[in-house]
Every structure is written in structure tokens, then in C-alpha cells.
Write a protein that binds this ligand. Structure first.
Ligand code: NAD
Length: 310
């Protein structure tokens, strides 16, 4: 079983993925283009591990051990030389990913697995230029990668069965909940479900049916409250399929079917108001610390995770 992991790209997703491998006992090479990106990532990992210690999920010793197992580097060759599994978490630009994969195929061990954290590309697209397609697979982590259990696994017909089963075992070993998709479709399962719900949420906001805070409350105290434990298909069974037949028949014709991003999102993006990362988005974060907001969110996710693990 693999013992050395490399993570390429140490941003929002890469640092969390590196943390998960390190906590599970892997030596992790975390690669990025500049030292300053790596020190920011190291800082985020330290903060996240400290939060796990204060929430009594891990010990101080486990935190120190995990930190010692993470090697930061701006040397790609050194990062991947020993790696059994390499996770790519660089920006969602196909040419950048192809360029990186070409280097990885050349520099990595012959039997190293190359996993992409892409959120939109199919495996077929990712491997268009690959010389060793049998070792490519998607492991789609969720943000924050170190706290959300789900990892969607997507294979191509040329991905070897051995790579698929090794990656499935690996995900369980690092404490994740992997779901292997049966087809290579854009957006996989989770982002398709999320996008359907977001489209309707922004439609209701635009139509003035409820304001942003009210829509979020409906989700957090209603649908989301149930969904952490009962999925949508189970919900149909629990509610009665005769009832759900009528609900869908009556509502499907009036649901939003827009083919583009909501106008409000378009306007805010054009103004550079991107949400917490710029201090304002749909909500304003002017009189609150964004770091505190993130910390609060992570504390709640850690507690939910503990509850779900029983
Ligand atoms: N942010 C999310 O919520 C999220 C969730 C799931 C999947 N993803 C996917 O994960 C991937 C990474 O997203 P992110 O949000 O972490 O991006 P990010 O911009 O936060 O981080 C990307 C990192 O890659 C580095 N980088 C850029 N070019 C590189 C190269 N050629 N080689 C090595 N490093 C390079 C950048 O310096 C940066 O640190 C994308 O494919 C994205 O679609 C993102």
C-alpha cells in the first residue's frame, strides 16, 4: 500500500488534501510554484490541525507528527520522485493541467497513480494527451478537503481496475467516504445536485420570495438539517413516493430552468465582490473578521463530523 503522497498545488484544496494524507501517516511532498504560497499553506494546515486538537479530534502529538511528515518544495522532480500517489490541485485550466501531467508522466515512478482534483473536467478530457492513461483517475475532494468526508472517484475505461481499487482503499484509509461514479459526466454527482439547488435559490431571491438570510435559514434549519443524515432518494421513500410524485409533477413546470449564471452573481463578480475572500459578496463582511467566520464554519463541520461518526 502507498506510503508516500505528493500534492501539486497548495491552494484552497491542495493544503487540505496534503493534511489528510499526513494525518493518515503518509509522507507528503507539497509542491507549489513559490515559497510564499507554500508558507501560507503550511500556516493554514497548522491552524486547521490546532482546531482539530482543541476540538479533541486528534492529539497534540498527532498534530506534530503530521506537520513533520509534510515536506514543502518548489522542486517538482523532488516532489514526485518517491510518490506512490500524486494529487493534482492546480487551477481549473485544461492546458495547465495537460502541461503538468506531461511532466508528471516523465518525472514520477512508472507505477505512481496520478489523481486529479478537477471539479469540471471529465477524465476523458484530462487524459487526451496522456501516454500512460491507465494510471489517471479523479479524486474530487470537497472544500474544506480536510473536513468534508466525501470524495467522488471518477475513472475512465482506460484507468486500470487495480488503480481504481487501490484509490478506493486509499480513500477509506485516509478517513474519507469515497463514491465511485459509474459514468464520467460533467460536474459528477455532487456539483450537479448543488448547482440545481443554487439555481433555484438565486431565482427565489431575484423574485423576492424571500431574502438571502431567509433562504439560507430554510436550508440550514429545514432541508440541510435532514440532509446530513437522510439523502434525497431516501427522503422520497420516507415522505411517500405517491406524495413525491405529486410534488414533482406540480412543481417541475414552475422551477427555474435558466441556462446561465444568476444575474446577481454576474454583477457582483464584475465588481470584484467575490464573497468572503474579498470581504463582500451577497452578504457584507465589513464589520466581521472573515478568518473568524471560516474558523466558526470549520468548528461546526468538525462537530458535525464527530456526530456523524457516532
Ligand atoms: N475551491 C474549491 O472549492 C474546489 C473544490 C473542489 C475541487 N476544486 C478543484 O481543485 C483544483 C484546485 O482548486 P483550488 O481552489 O485549490 O485553487 P487555488 O487557486 O486555491 O490553488 C491552486 C494552486 O496551484 C498553484 N499552481 C498554479 N499553477 C501551478 C502549476 N503549474 N504547478 C503547480 N502549482 C500550480 C497555485 O500557485 C495555487 O497555490 C481545481 O481543479 C478546482 O477546480 C476546487
Amino acid at each position: 500500500m502507498a506510503k508516500h503522497a505528493a500534492v501539486i498545488g497548495s491552494g484552497v484544496m491542495g493544503h487540505g488534501i496534503a493534511q489528510e494524507y499526513a494525518l493518515a501517516g503518509y509522507t507528503v511532498s507539497l509542491y507549489d510554484l513559490k515559497e510564499e504560497f507554500l508558507s501560507k499553506a503550511k500556516n493554514s494546515i497548522e491552524n486547521s490541525l490546532s482546531l482539530l486538537v482543541s476540538e479533541q479530534v486528534i492529539t497534540e502529538l498527532a498534530k506534530q507528527d503530521a506537520l513533520e511528515r509534510i515536506v514543502l518544495t518548489t522542486d517538482l522532480r523532488a516532489a514526485v520522485a518517491e510518490a506512490d500517489v500524486i494529487t493534482e490541485a492546480i487551477p481549473e485550466v485544461i492546458e495547465m493541467k495537460w502541461e503538468l501531467f506531461e511532466k508528471l508522466e516523465h518525472l514520477a515512478k512508472e507505477d505512481a497513480i496520478i489523481a486529479s482534483n478537477t471539479s469540471t473536467f471529465s477524465v476523458a478530457r484530462l487524459i487526451e494527451r496522456a501516454k500512460t492513461p491507465h494510471r489517471f483517475i479523479i479524486t474530487h475532494f470537497f472544500n474544506p478537503a480536510q473536513l468534508v468526508p466525501l470524495v467522488e472517484i471518477v475513472r475512465h475505461e482506460s484507468t486500470s481496475d487495480e488503480v481504481v481499487s487501490t484509490v478506493m482503499d486509499l480513500m477509506v484509509q485516509i478517513g474519507k467516504s469515497p463514491v465511485l461514479l459509474k459514468k464520467d459526466v460533467p460536474g459528477f454527482v455532487a456539483n450537479r445536485l448543488q448547482a440545481a439547488l443554487m439555481r433555484e435559490a438565486f431565482h427565489l431571491l431575484k423574485e423576492g420570495v424571500a431574502d438571502a438570510r431567509e433562504i439560507d435559514t430554510v436550508m440550514k434549519d429545514g432541508i440541510g438539517f435532514r440532509w446530513a443524515f437522510v439523502g434525497p432518494i431516501e427522503t422520497a421513500d420516507f415522505g411517500g413516493l405517491d406524495t413525491w410524485k405529486r410534488v414533482i409533477e406540480n412543481l417541475a413546470p414552475v422551477l427555474d430552468a435558466s441556462q446561465s449564471a444568476p444575474a446577481l452573481i454576474e454583477e457582483l463578480v464584475a465588481k470584484g465582490e467575490l464573497g468572503t475572500k474579498t470581504g463582500s459578496g451577497i452578504y457584507s463582511y465589513a464589520d466581521t473578521s472573515v478568518e473568524e467566520k471560516w474558523k466558526e464554519r470549520d468548528e461546526q463541520f468538525i462537530r458535525l463530523g464527530k456526530m456523524k461518526r457516532g
